[in-house]
Design a protein around this ligand. Structure first.
Ligand code: MN3
Length: 206
């Protein structure tokens, strides 16, 4: 068994002008594809790990064989993060009116306070990484960020929990359209969030 690149559930230009078609094409077809192929290469020499789920692999980075620990962390994380990311974008933005909306108000005071916290997390993540909205171990919504391709499902994460929304803040995610203006990209992201998908993740948190 090997991992494969999921198809995008929409056209490359579906999120114009907020996320441009060229960025989507390279991001999915080159960057994400690269993580999948490097993850598969890393696992080639470890047949005992090939039947594990991606969540199992990235949830036990510390227990992986030393020769593939870093490759699985970076490329397994990259595969999980991008597969998740494609699912939570491609929507119409706005504000969730359901249980997620209630949970955001309860955790942050208001939707706008959540939005400010999320944008701040993405804008202040130095270098490459991700900003997340997670359900933490206490069952509460929390905003955090991770470096590189780490995520809150990893045993090595500083803040752990189940992501229900996330944004890629690597330059490859926005540079063609926004250059150095990461905060503009973070704001534009709010126009393409698929809140229905976020709600599904929220309902399925174990
Ligand atoms: Mn990326």
């Amino acid at each position: 068994m090997s991992f494969s690149l999921p198809d995008l559930p929409y056209a490359h230009n579906a999120m114009e002008p907020h996320i441009d078609a060229k960025t989507m094409e390279i991001h999915h077809g080159k960057h994400h594809a690269g993580y999948v192929s490097k993850l598969n290469s890393a696992l080639e020499s470890h047949s005992d790990l090939q039947n594990k789920s991606l969540e199992d692999l990235i949830g036990q980075i510390n227990s992986l064989p030393a020769d593939i620990k870093t490759a699985v962390r970076n490329n397994g994380g990259g595969h999980w993060n991008h597969s998740f990311f494609w699912n939570v974008i491609g929507g119409k933005g706005g504000q969730p009116e359901d249980a997620v909306g209630d949970a955001l108000k309860s955790a942050f005071g208001s939707f706008d306070d959540f939005k400010a916290a999320f944008i701040k997390a993405g804008a202040t993540r130095f270098g490459s990484g991700w900003a997340w909205l997670i359900v933490n171990k206490a069952g509460k919504l929390e905003v955090c960020s991770t470096p590189n391709q780490d995520n809150p499902l990893m045993d090595v994460a500083e803040v752990k929990g189940q992501p229900i929304l996330g944004i890629d803040v690597w330059e490859h995610a926005y540079y063609l359209n926004y250059q150095n203006r990461r905060p503009d990209y973070l704001n534009a992201f709010f126009n393409v969030i698929n809140w229905d998908a976020v709600s599904e993740y929220f309902k399925n948190v174990k």
